[in-house]
Design a protein around this ligand. Structure first.
Ligand code: SF4
Length: 373
């Protein structure tokens, strides 16, 4: 098929298929200028020239994890140096320290020592202390793990978490939604169908989520396009995704990087191509494409905003600096530097509100549904 026809289809805001997305992924570099130009045009139609971010804090409540994802350099085993579990008070203290965060993201490993009550205590403590902060919490794999540990359903856990203060869930742990690849890179995490079930359950309960892909490791282009299609099908059914984030694999001494001798993240050109194709593929369905400058580098993230991305995600921001939203904000950049880099790309930076259920008027909830996942 002529790739120009695929681009024309997308230009008319018609849906491109997974096969067409695959062809765009496999085309030679000659396609890139017109692909990038079109992705930019579609982004401008929806968002103008504004690039957004949200002031927030990301807190890992534990790094103890019984899973062994080969791409992960975060997890620790019991007794290992630097292993930790935060108490609910410590979580609250860290949010307080962040000053002006409008959103907190709570994430952690699959830690069998933390029961349902621990998580409810964390959520209630945060809600009590910060009544108006947006609480984005957990991933489908954590939710399934907590539910199994508590011998209850995913729906029950999500309902209780929502009552305790959770506003939205991360779309993490999607990684690559293909069970053969998952067996290689995250054999202990939930399977594709389970990820889909947890996400749909959350959406039906009125809990929006983000969506993501982890790319640039052992997956192939077919896996990528199948992953895209699974996400778009969910969105057509529930309308519960707020944003899509393509996350490049960062080797950082992970077991996978060592085993496969991967020394660096995917090249910027591949990252930009994926960002652009995701804008075309999700165009009418997922409004926001997020990129993280703490992973892509500032220049890479700014380039991404010219080829389909409209959002820089969560950043720890004060009047002078923008930092990585992690607990200790390791990556620091003067706010003026970020804003002027974005301005040089012909965009303006604007702080936004957290993505919540109100930003998704189309979410199809079935709050009273009996969920048996
Ligand atoms: S579930 Fe996997 S990615 Fe998450 S902390 Fe554990 S090992 Fe790391």
């Amino acid at each position: 098929m002529d790739p120009k026809i695929i681009l024309e289809t997308a230009r008319n805001r018609e849906e491109i298929s997974a096969i067409e997305a695959l062809l765009l992924l496999q085309e030679g570099p000659a396609i890139l200028p017109s692909l990038f130009e079109l992705a930019d045009e579609l982004t401008r139609r929806s968002h103008g020239t504004t690039v957004t971010y949200v002031r927030g804090k990301r807190i890992h409540y534990t790094n103890l994890c019984r899973a062994e994802c080969s791409f992960c350099s975060f997890r620790r085993k019991k007794g290992q140096k630097n292993a930790f579990v935060l108490s609910p008070d410590e979580v609250v203290r860290q949010i307080r320290e962040s000053g002006s965060a409008r959103q907190v993201t709570l994430k952690g490993g699959l830690n069998p020592d933390l029961n349902l009550n621990y998580h409810l205590d964390v959520l209630r403590s945060v809600r009590e202390e910060f009544p108006s902060i947006h609480v984005e919490a957990y991933s489908p794999s954590e939710i399934q793990f907590i539910a199994r540990r508590a011998r209850t359903s995913v729906g029950d856990v999500l309902r209780r978490f929502r009552e305790a203060g959770m506003d939205s869930m991360t779309g993490d742990s999607a990684d690559i939604l293909n069970d053969k690849v998952r067996k290689k890179i995250c054999p202990d995490k939930l399977r594709t169908n389970d990820w889909v079930d947890v996400v749909k359950t959350a959406h039906r309960l009125g809990i929006p989520t983000t969506a993501m892909i982890l790319f640039g490791h052992v997956e192939d282009e077919i896996n990528t396009c199948e992953h895209f299609e699974i996400l778009r099908n969910i969105q057509k059914e529930t309308g519960g995704f707020t944003a899509f984030e393509p996350v490049p694999f960062m080797p950082q001494g992970s077991p996978l990087a060592k085993a496969k001798k991967i020394k660096s993240p995917p090249p910027l050109e591949s990252i930009l191509r994926l960002v652009a194709i995701s804008r075309l593929f999700f165009c009418r369905y997922i409004r926001n494409i997020t990129v993280d400058w703490t992973k892509l580098g500032l220049a890479g993230a700014v380039e991404a905003t010219r080829v389909g991305a409209n959002d820089l995600g969560t950043l720890a921001v004060d009047s002078h600096e923008m930092r990585s939203p992690e607990v200790n904000g390791r990556l620091v950049m003067p706010a003026a530097t970020v804003k002027s880099a974005v301005a040089k790309a012909g965009r303006e930076t604007r702080e936004r509100a957290p993505y919540d259920a109100r930003t998704l008027p189309t979410i199809k909830t079935r709050k009273e549904e009996l969920v048996l996942v």
